[in-house]
Design a protein around this ligand. Structure first.
Ligand code: GLU
Length: 333
């Protein structure tokens, strides 16, 4: 009996409390637009890369900036396997924005290479942010001196779904090394550097902005060496592939690396789809480029993110129309 009475009193109290709560909420929703937008926030997800790469730290910094500058949007950055995965996540609308390599974006848009038969014509570029270089690294005392020496070796070519893995496969193929000539390992950067340190693998491929944090950390523990791509192989890679450039990783980029290294490069792009709201494009590009010093310092890169270079390596057909308008108004398109 006592229990029942208590329950009744409790229920009555609960109903009054809820009524008071909802009446005060509706008052706020009617009167205070800040409260209303808080209830109606849109959600952006940025597809990035592994946690030891540049994409993840940069994507997270961009998300933080968006959250502090746009009241109506909640942005999170999501670690992923890298460029190829990001294309598929964007296609299936699981992410709103993504960082991807320019070569992968190009192939996806036009349905070439691994995207043969499944083009993604709705893909749109918002900005090119910085250059990425193909790194091929070994421990300093390794007998490996050229890509040809990878025959028979255990080589980490990046995670399945990474741009790195695709670059490594194409490059080795062009160097005359078939997938059966070596032992490919699909490792994250963190696992690969641990495995190289412990002698389980012989070499690591990674396509990323210089310096790649995982390699900086490794070079503090063990002397490393970067392998240059022979001119002949570079020439073959550049032929008919407009998104590739020839890059030099400068001596000193990593501890103990005393020589310049010639390799293949491309651009890291921020992409979305043609259905991304035009009104927000100008805002987010403004946020990114007016905070480029902060973003460069967070990602710890030697090359700075710069509005003047936002269209380097960008095929204008793939540019979001509101981004084109933004760059026109800044005199760079
Ligand atoms: N470019 C790399 C990839 O798509 C990722 C680079 C990074 O995480 O910084 O595989």
């Amino acid at each position: 009996m006592r229990v029942n009475l208590n329950n009744k009193v409790y229920n009555l109290f609960l109903i009054i409390a809820l009524a008071l709560f909802f009446s005060s909420v509706s008052k706020y929703v009617g009167a205070d637009s800040k409260f209303r937008t808080a209830l109606l926030k849109k959600f952006y997800i940025i597809g990035t890369g592994g946690i030891n790469g540049v994409y993840y730290s940069l994507g997270s910094a961009i998300a933080r900036l968006f959250n502090s500058r746009m009241e109506d949007i909640l942005t999170i950055s999501e670690p992923t396997n890298g460029s190829v995965s990001n294309i598929e996540l964007l296609r299936s609308k699981e992410v709103t924005l993504a960082l991807v390599q320019s070569d992968i974006a190009y192939d996806a848009y036009f349905g070439k290479g691994i995207f043969e038969g499944k083009p993604f014509p709705n893909l749109r570029i918002l900005a090119a942010l910085y250059s990425e270089s193909v790194h091929l690294i070994v421990l300093n005392d390794s007998p490996i001196k050229t890509p040809l020496d990878l025959k028979g070796k255990q080589v980490s070519i990046g995670e399945e779904g990474s741009g790195t893995a695709l670059n490594a496969k194409i490059l080795l193929d062009e160097c005359g090394i078939k997938s059966t000539d070596f032992h490919p390992k699909f490792l994250s950067l963190a696992k690969a550097t641990d495995a190289l340190k412990s002698g389980y693998i012989d070499a690591i491929f990674f396509t990323g902005g210089v310096p790649v944090e995982g390699f900086s950390l490794l070079s503090n523990e063990k002397p490393i060496r970067l392998i240059s791509l022979p001119d002949y192989n570079l020439k073959i890679m550049l032929d008919g592939r407009p998104y590739f450039t020839s890059e030099t990783i400068l001596a000193g980029a990593y501890r103990g690396v005393t020589e310049n290294v010639n390799t293949l490069g491309l651009r890291a792009l921020l992409i979305t789809t043609d259905s991304f709201e035009s009104e927000k494009v100008e805002t987010i590009l403004q946020i990114i480029f007016s905070n480029s010093d902060y973003l460069t310092s967070i990602s710890n890169m030697t090359e700075s993110i710069d509005l003047k270079k936002a269209l380097v390596g960008v095929d204008s057909k793939m540019l979001h129309q509101a981004a084109a308008a933004f760059y026109k108004s800044h005199g760079i398109f």
